[in-house]
Design a protein around this ligand. Structure first.
Ligand SMILES: [Zn+2]
Ligand SMILES: [Zn+2]
Length: 348
């Protein structure tokens, strides 16, 4: 058998009924990550071949095979990951034929190691033995790697200086998260910013930096039981969360879940902006000897912000002017949109 740019080519020899059985079982019992888009069968001359061989992939034709998506770490790999006696214990880049990166490491078709970003990592003898053994679950797993031969994890601070160069960088990152730091985790598909979801100050800092006052952040949990403590989960949600794709699932928050409440975080964000704005106004008013401040512009269409800022300025003895009628900027546009929408709805 071999991979070519259109998919997999399998040549089998045997009695007609055995071949028929093979053709029935092949699409019915596929490996977890395979998908059969189309299957075509043709008779070829009998060569009396024996054994099982994977031939080198053919190149040259225009590619049409689909590249598989990345897949969450499988149960077998997770068991190794947390087994202190395993040679891949706590190795972040663990994977096998049934899991791991695909799409994000592929540079060309057919999907073979030389055409992936793993091309520069030479497999050690133990990894190579797994890769070559048809009975091993890492048989032909293209990103196969271990701490001895694969990519390494590292942790650097905001100034790009290595942290915990001697110790375990993953443990150091865990410790930083526990202390309330924001950690940028580089995965194969890009960076994601992480912090403790139950740490109000950390979440507020992340929201401020991302200018995301109240839009939801994704919560990460190690297992379904942990998700159940945070969200109302029905069977469909549980099935999605546990699927090999591990997608982000929108769900209702469970009352009392230990997650920094958006209301608190949002209030802190608004208070922060109001305080900062008021401080600048008061300082400038003193420097220039003025006593009146005019608040206008889109940002003060936000009633909460306007109210807090006005109150702080008034407390500092400043006279605050705000538009009394509908302002001609964002507020006017919003009002116009609402009027048109109302007219359209009532005409229906
Ligand atoms: Zn796996
Ligand atoms: Zn290795």
């Amino acid at each position: 058998m071999l991979n070519d740019s259109r998919g997999v080519v399998v040549e089998v020899e045997g009695a007609p009924d055995e071949i028929q059985l093979f053709l029935e079982r092949l699409p019915a019992e596929p490996p977890p990550l395979s998908s059969t888009e189309r299957m075509s069968v043709a008779e070829v001359p009998f060569t009396a071949g024996a054994g099982f061989d994977i031939l080198n992939s053919e190149r040259g034709q225009p590619p049409s095979a689909l590249v598989a998506p990345d897949t969450a770490t499988c149960i077998a790999c997770l068991a190794e990951l947390f087994d202190p006696s395993d040679r891949r214990y706590r190795y972040p880049f663990i994977n096998c034929t049934d899991c791991g990166p695909r799409f994000t490491i592929v540079r060309g078709i057919p999907y073979d190691r030389p055409l992936t970003t793993m091309a520069g990592f030479r497999m050690c003898d133990r990894c190579r033995t797994e890769y070559d053994d048809p009975l091993d679950r890492r048989f032909h797993a293209q990103p196969n790697a271990c701490p001895a031969c694969g990519p390494q994890a590292g942790l650097v601070d905001a100034e790009d200086r290595p942290v915990a160069a001697e110790g375990d960088p993953v443990a150091a990152a865990e410790e930083a998260l526990l202390q309330g730091s924001i950690v940028a985790v580089k995965g194969v598909g890009g960076f994601h910013l992480a912090c403790r979801a139950d740490h109000e100050a950390a979440v507020a800092r992340l929201r401020g930096r991302k200018h995301r006052e109240d839009r939801p952040f994704a919560l990460m949990v190690p297992e379904l039981a942990a998700a159940r403590a945070l969200i109302e989960m029905d069977q469909a949600e549980a099935a999605l969360l546990g699927s090999p794709e591990r997608p982000i699932v929108l769900a209702r928050r469970r009352p009392g879940a230990s997650v920094a409440p958006v209301a608190t975080v949002s209030a802190r964000f608004h208070n922060g902006i109001a305080e900062g704005t008021a401080r600048i106004c008061v300082r400038e008013a003193e420097r220039r000897g003025v006593s009146t401040v005019v608040l206008s512009g889109g940002v003060f269409q936000n009633a909460l912000l306007l109210e807090r800022t006005s109150a702080l300025l008034a407390r500092a003895g400043l006279h605050v002017l705000v538009p009394r009628l509908l302002p001609s900027n964002d507020g006017g546009i919003s009002y116009g949109q609402a009027a048109v929408a109302s007219a359209v709805l009532s005409a229906e």
